[in-house]
Design a binder for this molecule. Structure first.
Ligand code: TRP
Length: 367
């Protein structure tokens, strides 16, 4: 049988999704979903993982589960093509994590660079919740329970996938070929690796207030682009402008295509010409921002409209999540059956075990 190609990826529902998520992963996910190159696509909300560092704020996670589901549907993830589900609704993932814990050492977890930096970020140094510390193990369960071959994710997830691969190798070596080693699928374009916040800070983050959300209105988007960080030394229009660290140009790299020039700014043939003029001097920020606004509205408008449609029938969105979770659970349960068998903890579904034991004791009686 040909090996199936299976995609799995997800997000922690700790906030509405923004255009950083869109450029860095969502847009690609929809392409992969529609490409026909994959046998199955699983997209999930890692709410249990979100709780590992929000344990005192369950309401935040609860509220954002529906927001993220709406964002998924709005960008074009399609429940007819992708199984969209909620992590906590698949208890098999906990079960698998529990056995994986025996295959990973504490020191190996401590060396995971993403966990290391996240612990620092959250000031957890002295009291790291065990659940947070071990989330790479639970993430390995998320991936392997669905026998995912391909995990589209950002560079920051590389150590997680590596850890999952190690667990799979160890499991298969000890218990026999059962699980599938996943591969990470990184964003295919440097501009997509990470979109900075509108203030030029490295990362979009809710707490910094520098995000453009997929659910923002057209006015909000226009306002945010207007206030965007550019080149602080580019004061007069005639001044030469810098591109490095200039949000407007970084966003253009992520969103702009030659067709956009034809439509909105035919004076230039492409982005390189525009950049050259800006660097030379004689091109003001306001004009470039207007262009960026037009492009972003074109990309975001259909998403916004689709979101509005889904917002009109929230019970249907929950129903979609429930159905997706049910379907996902069936798949995970099947993998768990195989795992239990491989680990020799399938006492009751193995009639030969019972017969063998009966014979062993019968033979002992006769002696
Ligand atoms: N850690 C991922 C994030 O913060 C979310 C996640 C959980 C995930 N389990 C996963 C991503 C499995 C890919 C595969 O975005």
């Amino acid at each position: 049988m040909k090996k199936e190609r299976i995609i799995l990826t997800g997000d922690r529902p700790t906030g509405k999704l923004h255009i950083g998520h869109y450029v860095g992963s969502l847009r690609r996910r929809v392409e992969l979903q529609n490409s026909g190159a994959y046998d199955k696509v699983f997209i999930f909300e890692a709410d249990a993982q979100a709780l590992t560092d929000n344990i005192d704020n369950p309401e935040k996670v609860r509220q954002n589960v529906i927001e993220v589901a709406l964002d998924y549907l709005a960008v074009g993830l399609d429940p007819a093509k992708s199984t969209i589900f909620i992590q906590s609704q698949i208890p098999e993932l906990c079960e698998l994590s529990f056995y994986f814990m025996d295959l990973v050492s504490v020191s190996r977890l401590q060396r995971n660079p993403t966990v290391k930096s996240e612990i620092q970020m959250r000031n957890f140094e002295t009291s790291i919740p065990v659940g947070f510390f071990t989330y790479p193990i639970s993430q390995a369960a998320d991936i392997t329970a669905f026998k995912a071959t391909t995990v589209p994710a950002g560079e920051d997830q590389e150590p997680m996938i590596e850890q999952a691969r190690e667990i799979v190798r160890r499991f298969n070596y000890i218990y026999g070929e059962t699980l599938v080693e996943p591969e990470i699928l990184l964003p295919d374009n440097a501009a997509c690796l990470r979109l900075p916040g509108t203030d030029g800070k490295a990362k979009m983050s809710k707490s910094l207030g520098n995000c453009i959300y997929l659910s923002d209105s057209a006015d909000e988007v226009a306002k945010k682009v207007k206030g965007m960080y550019t080149d602080p030394t580019h004061i007069k229009v005639s001044d030469p402008g810098k591109l490095e660290g200039n949000c407007v140009f970084i966003y253009l790299d992520a969103f702009c295509r030659p067709a956009h020039f034809e439509r909105y700014w035919p004076e230039y043939a492409n982005l390189d010409e525009l950049k050259a003029h800006y660097t030379r001097g004689g091109l003001g920020d306001v004009k470039v921002k207007k262009f960026l606004t037009a492009i972003m509205q074109e990309e975001l408008e259909p998403i916004r409209l689709r979101r509005k449609e889904y917002e009109k029938d929230i019970p249907a969105v929950y129903e979609m999540l429930r159905k997706g979770s049910e379907a996902a659970r069936e798949v995970a349960a099947k993998t768990m059956d195989e795992v239990r068998k491989a680990m020799k903890i399938n006492y009751f579904d193995d009639i030969s075990l019972i017969n063998e034991q009966a014979q062993r004791f019968a033979a002992e009686c006769e002696r």
